[in-house]
Design a protein around this ligand. Structure first.
Ligand code: ADP
Length: 503
């Protein structure tokens, strides 16, 4: 936008506050920053201090229409560009993102409270990896030849769907956005992203950066609230596909709206991921695996967080002690400080929700909740949304803490005696996103892996999203896969059949 008082910097910047100001009150549509049609805005708050860092554009149906019209106009020529060239442009964006990793990491730490070293920098780097991976897949958009009849050539070709609407959450906004936009673009679609209310700035900067390379209108970014801005995006008649990551509740709303238009939808929803630890595991490696899997570095705000840990009884007590000791040693503090392991919860609403779960767990007869690590002492962080991670034991399976997704730094640990019984307990959940097994008995491990109800099961490791491993849940955890070649082909193209009778 030409009349905005603060231009965004051309070169990478480490002044995240000035960058936030420069990104304020604008969408990115048709290759440029534009103000919201109605001129409304909402506050973006630094959860580590409670201070406002910028006001973001509050989009509504009018902004959605401008963005979608731009995306639709750009899509025709984008789709006609050779697929490898589209891929090359997306891969070129990866280089630009890499040059801005520190900048993006600092900005995402500022707006979400995610610790720079353990979370934010890792996420910014992964965006570049994802763009590079999908950027190389342009020539994989292949069809087939189909035997039909003599003198008839039948082939299928992969065609883009058109304009894709992508709705993203605040917990890992850069990565989750990249997993949507990269395959969509390489496949020849154009995209309108609706960012999460809590984290609209860093994705907007990424959109600006990528628009230095992509043709205008291919990648557009709106900020705003779900019902006012997300819902009209799903409902817009020119949006031919919706890809969504967020809560089960909103996922259902989005799926219903998509069903009304008969368009395909990909949903990545919640999780209550179990971790099964057998007495014959490599103990130290498994404790490390649990510490990473619980995602306490992100205050547990992860749909794949190991929130139910089942430990075979002979090592149960030792395991709980080792786990608590490791979490105690983690430093909670200023997300922008390199020494910090654990940052903040995203918002006061999430904070209250998580605190209520913890209070309920502590009040449960027979349960014990151990608070780990320490709240930061700095005066400047007193209003920060820091919660001590809690490790609960003794909770009944019926507890809300065991059944519901908390999305906070809380894990429930249980002893078990029997592999079949623990498998049944692990599967007794409405969710089915991820699971892990820790054992040196691979025969048992593989047998259980096949029977665990989850989209991703890992044995003796806990890497989560890796390019080219399909990622996505079963049951209420979602519909469809992301992150892989098949995800691009199945979710961002349709197969057209062309027949030539040359008799
Ligand atoms: P979370 O609990 O992680 O914030 P939500 O499901 O509430 O997850 O939000 C995820 C994304 O969905 C956000 O970008 C939010 O604005 C958007 N959203 C919320 N409600 C709707 C809706 N009715 N239609 C479309 N998008 C929505």
């Amino acid at each position: 936008m030409l009349d905005h008082p603060h231009a965004t910097p051309e070169a990478p910047t480490l002044d995240e506050r000035a960058l936030a100001t420069a990104l304020a009150q604008r969408h990115f549509i048709g290759g440029r920053f534009v103000p919201p049609v109605a001129g409304a805005s909402f506050a973006v708050i630094n959860p580590a201090t409670g201070q406002e860092i910028a006001r973001a554009a509050e989009g509504d149906a009018a902004d959605v229409d401008v963005a979608v019209q731009n995306a639709a106009a750009a899509q025709k020529s984008w789709a006609r560009m050779p697929a490898r060239k589209r891929g090359a442009l997306v891969a070129q964006c990866a280089g630009l993102i890499r040059a801005h990793v520190e900048e993006l990491a600092r900005l995402i730490a500022l707006e979400t409270g995610k610790a720079l070293r353990t979370e934010s920098r890792v996420e910014a780097n992964t965006v570049a990896d994802v763009l590079e991976f999908f950027g190389g897949l342009g020539s994989e958009l292949k069809g087939e030849s189909v035997p039909f009849a003599p003198d008839v050539l039948s082939v299928t070709v992969r065609e883009p769907l058109g304009v894709v609407g992508a709705i993203i959450p605040w917990n890992v906004p850069l990565l989750l956005m990249a997993l949507k936009i990269a395959p969509a673009l390489v496949a020849g679609n154009t995209v309108v992203v609706k960012s999460a209310e809590e984290a609209p700035l860093t994705v907007l900067r990424i959109c600006e950066l990528m628009n230095r390379i992509l043709p205008p209108g291919c990648f557009n970014m709106l900020s705003g609230y779900g019902p006012e801005c997300g819902a009209p995006l799903v409902a817009h008649k020119l949006v031919r596909k919706v890809t969504f990551t967020g809560s089960v509740e909103v996922g259902r709303i989005v799926a219903r709206a998509a069903a009304d238009k008969l368009i395909p939808v990909t949903l990545e929803l919640g999780g209550k991921s179990p971790m099964l630890v057998f007495a014959d595991c490599d103990f130290e490696k498994t404790v490390t695996g649990a510490v990473t899997s619980m995602r306490f570095t992100r205050q547990g705000q992860s749909c794949t967080a190991a929130s139910r840990i089942y430990v075979e009884r002979p090592i149960f007590a030792r395991f709980v002690e080792a786990l608590a000791a490791r979490v105690d040693a983690m430093v909670m503090g200023d997300p922008l400080d390199e020494a910090t392991d654990i940052g903040t919860i995203i918002s006061p609403e999430q904070f209250a929700k998580v605190a209520a779960f913890i209070a309920e767990g502590k009040a449960t007869a027979g349960a014990s909740g151990r608070a780990c690590s320490r709240l930061p002492a700095e005066a400047g962080l007193k209003k920060g949304l820091f919660i001590q991670p809690h490790i609960f034991t003794g909770l009944p399976n019926s507890s809300r803490l065991v059944q519901q997704e908390i999305f906070g730094p809380v894990t429930c640990v249980f002893p078990f005696d029997d592999a079949e019984a623990v498998l049944a307990e692990a599967n007794d959940s409405e969710y089915g996103l991820a699971a892990s097994l820790w054992t040196n008995n691979l025969k048992q491990g593989l047998s259980l892996a096949h029977r665990l109800e989850a989209g991703l099961v890992q044995i003796n490791q806990n890497l989560v999203v890796q390019a080219n491993l399909s990622y996505g849940g079963v049951k209420s955890s979602g519909l469809g896969k992301e992150a892989s070649l098949e995800a691009m082909l199945e979710h961002f193209t349709h197969k057209k059949t062309i027949m030539v009778n040359y008799a």
